[in-house]
Design a protein around this ligand. Structure first.
Ligand SMILES: Cc1cc2nc3c(=O)[nH]c(=O)nc-3n(C[C@H](O)[C@H](O)[C@H](O)COP(=O)(O)OP(=O)(O)OC[C@H]3O[C@@H](n4cnc5c(N)ncnc54)[C@H](O)[C@@H]3O)c2cc1C
Length: 439
């Protein structure tokens, strides 16, 4: 069915969908809408996906979605690491707080894979669909508004990309959500994160965990031959830390996580330390006619729990489940946009509620008020005593709430041999030697 606005607004050359942002939300949405037969253009402002500040976790819920799409085996051929337990080191004790090995899915682990590899995999798959295109170095700076309705985006060079639907997947500093004046509820975040790598020797099992010290917290993500470290600092404190000098920072890290003391000297320049500003907010309205926000653009996630990527992907799946078929048929999807928000608001609230509780009850006392954890808190002792409890955080982090399944149609237009040139690897990147490609 073709509705009124489609007849008078849409030109034959217009896209069905333009997506601003080539992160997990945008690329997954691009793949699913193209698979359903839509013409889709994903715009990414950077020249490549090679940035080190993205989370690299692919959770069981996302692995399950890829299984439903028939892509899991192919994804896991790419080098990755498999994490089944998460630990907390407190008062010289290591407590396992999550164990994914009992989850009711095929892949009972968190895959650690550089996000550029994951995004590259999804775009390679998406390119099998004739309607899909990805434009790098294409920054959306404004919305195109026609008769009060969003009709596409304007790029930084002035070009207009018009589409029947625009998805804002441009992350937590989303320009498009600002331009659309979508109302926002800011939940506040008391922390920022200093992010750096330190070398490590390979171990048989993955050692990802968090070290709680005297007023300090360091998260160490085991990437085989290096630690990806997150040193948690009070919001806005990074400049003060830098003013004290790199030597003082190295001492702080070594005190906070003694297991890193022998390698912390490899930090020789502040260029090796990236500041990641943490925010926690959500739109109270995710859409307006012609526009839908998903992923961090709809709800900026804290790194707590490392679940933002998966929530963003679930948003993309829900958006495609609700909108892809009618959009492909040429229908006006404006009346359906609220359904995506209705569907995804509950998981967003639950996850952000949990993140805020951790901000307020753990991180604020620890990092802002410099509380000293000289013994293992009661709750953590329970995890040690009753291992079955480890299944609860594993389920919340690994599968989340109101898990999505692929329901958007496959229009049967996948072509073989649409492989783009293989990606070049960023200098200095390395791969885990522990769990490598499956054949
Ligand atoms: C310090 C930190 C660590 C984190 N660690 C993890 C983790 O380990 N696991 C996890 O699941 N989550 C983690 N998160 C959360 C996670 O990064 C986000 O929730 C997730 O990336 C959201 O995906 P997205 O696709 O919505 O947005 P993004 O990943 O932010 O992607 C947005 C994309 O849009 C592009 N873009 C931005 N503006 C424009 C524009 N105007 N035009 C065109 N393109 C644009 C950006 O370049 C980017 O590629 C972390 C967050 C922080 C702050």
């Amino acid at each position: 069915m073709v509705t009124g606005w489609v007849e008078h607004d849409v030109m034959a050359s217009e896209l069905d969908l333009v997506i601003a942002g080539g992160g997990p939300a945008g690329v997954m949405a691009g793949l699913l809408f193209a698979r359903a037969g839509c013409t889709v253009q994903v715009l990414e402002k950077h020249a490549d996906f090679f940035r080190d500040f993205r989370g690299d976790t692919v959770h069981p819920s996302t692995l399950e979605l890829l299984r439903e799409l028939g892509l899991l085996e192919e994804l896991l051929k790419r080098p990755h690491d498999e994490v089944t337990t998460l630990t907390a080191r407190v008062a010289d004790r290591t407590i396992t707080i999550a164990d994914t090995r009992h989850l009711p899915v095929e892949s009972r682990f968190i895959a650690l894979m550089p996000q550029w590899d994951f995004l590259d995999f999804l775009t390679q798959e998406a390119r099998h669909y004739p309607g899909f295109s990805l434009r790098m170095q294409a920054e959306a700076v404004d919305l195109v508004i026609e008769n009060g309705r969003v009709g596409g985006v304007r790029l930084s060079d002035g070009e207009e990309v018009r589409a029947r639907l625009t998805i804002a997947a441009d992350g937590r500093s989303s320009v498009l959500r600002e331009k659309a004046s979508l109302p926002k509820n800011d939940l506040g975040a008391p922390i920022d994160v200093l992010w750096f790598r330190l070398p490590k020797g390979p171990t048989v099992t993955n050692q990802t965990g968090a070290t709680f010290g005297a007023g300090t917290l360091v998260v160490e993500i085991d990437r085989g031959d290096y630690w990806q470290c997150a040193y948690v600092v009070p919001k806005g404190a990074a400049d003060e830390i830098k003013d004290k000098g790199l030597a003082a920072f190295r001492d702080d890290v070594a005190r906070a996580a003694p297991e890193l003391a022998s390698v912390v000297d490899t930090l020789q320049d502040w260029d090796q330390v990236k500041l990641l500003s943490v925010s926690l907010d959500r739109l109270t309205r995710w859409w307006r006619p012609g526009l839908l926000a998903i992923g961090d653009a709809a709800h900026a996630m804290s790194p707590v729990g490392g679940v933002g990527i998966n929530l963003a992907i679930q948003d993309a799946v829900a958006a495609a489940n609700i909108l892809a078929a009618p959009l492909a048929r040429g229908e006006n999807v404006d009346p359906l946009l609220h359904k995506v928000q209705d569907r995804r608001m509950l998981p967003t609230r639950v996850v952000q509620g949990a993140q805020k509780a951790v901000h307020d009850r753990v991180l604020t006392p620890l990092v802002l008020r410099k509380a000293v954890l000289d013994k293992v808190p009661f709750v953590l002792r329970l995890f040690d005593r009753f291992p079955v409890l480890r299944r609860i955080p594993a389920r919340l982090v690994g599968l989340g709430v109101r898990r999505e399944h692929i329901r958007s149609p496959d229009a049967g237009i996948r072509r073989a041999g649409a492989e783009p040139p293989p990606p070049s690897r960023p200098r200095g990147s390395s791969r885990s030697p522990r769990k490598t490609a499956r054949s």
